[in-house]
Ligand binder design. Sequence first.
Ligand code: F6P
Length: 487
Amino acid sequence: MTGQGSVHSSTGGQGYDLVVVANRLPVDFSVDDDGAVDWQRSPGGLVSALEPVMQENEGAWVGWSGAPDLAHEPFEADGMMLVPVTLSASEIRKYYEGFSNDTLWPLYHDVIAPPAYHRQWWDAYRRVNQRFAEAAAAQAAPGAVVWVHDYQLQLVPKMLRELRPDLRIGFFDHIPFPPVELFQQLPWRRNILEGLLGADLIGFQRGGDASNFVRAVRRLTDHPTRGSVVSMEDADGNPGRRVRAAAFPISIDTQRFDDLARSPEVQARAKEIRADLGDPDVVMLGVDRLDYTKGIRHRIKAYGEILQDGRIDAAHTTLVQVASPSRENVGAYQELREHVEILVGRLNGEFGEIGHSAIHYLHHSYPPEEMAALYLAADVMLVTSLRDGMNLVAKEYIAARSDLDGVLVLSEFTGAADELAPGPLLVNPHDIDGMKDTIVAAAHLDPKEKRRRMRRLRRKVMGDDVAKWSKSFLGVLTAMPSRDTHV
Ligand code: F6P
């Protein structure tokens, strides 16, 4: 990376040598009654994944403020220049809630919910992607590295290349890339592929996602492919730029969770949580955004049947389910919330007693300190996603368990399962009977076996933190032959 780390004025200067482009800025804005704008740190996997890289590189981050119609000058926060992109209320509805989260999200997650295809949403998606591309082009120094993130911004690489052919452009897809048999439902499938192919390097969570992408390129475009490399021919059919698709499984700031969980305050809080739960023999934990991809209903159903069957003692077992609010204006999320809350109410009605609930359902987000305490308090961690790009909660749990206690039950349909097997107890969340057997086995796992598995998991996770992930992506991106090199 040229001149990495030098920061210049965002207006009129040379620009930044590293620019991250993501749907959200790593802060949330709020406007009070007097119109005064304030901001706080915002939670989320991508934020915790990228923050250390940005601070190290003193880069610029282009993203949406999270509020409608908010225009704000670029500003510095925690060692990063933050560059807000304004979205109107109608764009939030069509680009964010609509095309991103009611078209692409379900399509890319195995159509667990039916994707909706609306031309107006697509128009807004294109318009907003163009705005992000222009904002990034305005911040990038000559020859800078620009790293574009996720499914909300798949058209940005091509748009940005048209504006700034001098840039080195990387794209990382945080969610699964679907098999072409599903992807081809998308009326704008070719535009999306061409948009992504504007990048030099396209990163995915799993090898399977990268090959799904290359298969889609082969099937739906005329660009020649060889292994994981796509050749972009020029208008006269001459060979030109090469685009590489590859897996870069994301991780977390492992040391932070390890340190937090070792701190006396967090350990005391973990004990307090168990005491507040009535000191049950077994504490199970689920931590998810309230999203239909996470398999929360399947998990609660399996847990309820286990209690019903008497295979674990309802009086001495508790499931804590943290379900953080997410995308609350999207119909499928509203329906999910209703279903989950009905299930929780039913189970607590049936198996709860005064002073003891079968499920503690918490519709909130918590700071990392509280999360680390919850992880420490949990004997069994349940990650039962129906489809999940990676699942960072699984890695956080492992990083928090330096005591080697605790069992991870992990869905086969997560990117994490590809990386972590055979340490976790793997489940197919569609197979309720199979999942019940595994949850019961997890609750009774022999302590020696528990430690053996957790030791293996920690060996994998502690060495592969998010700093290594970003270094490895940026390392490959910057080492690629220049765009003029012919195939
Ligand atoms: O996993 C994809 C992702 O967009 C993450 O980057 C983000 O943390 C999470 O989903 C929450 O999404 P949203 O920005 O829609 O709240």
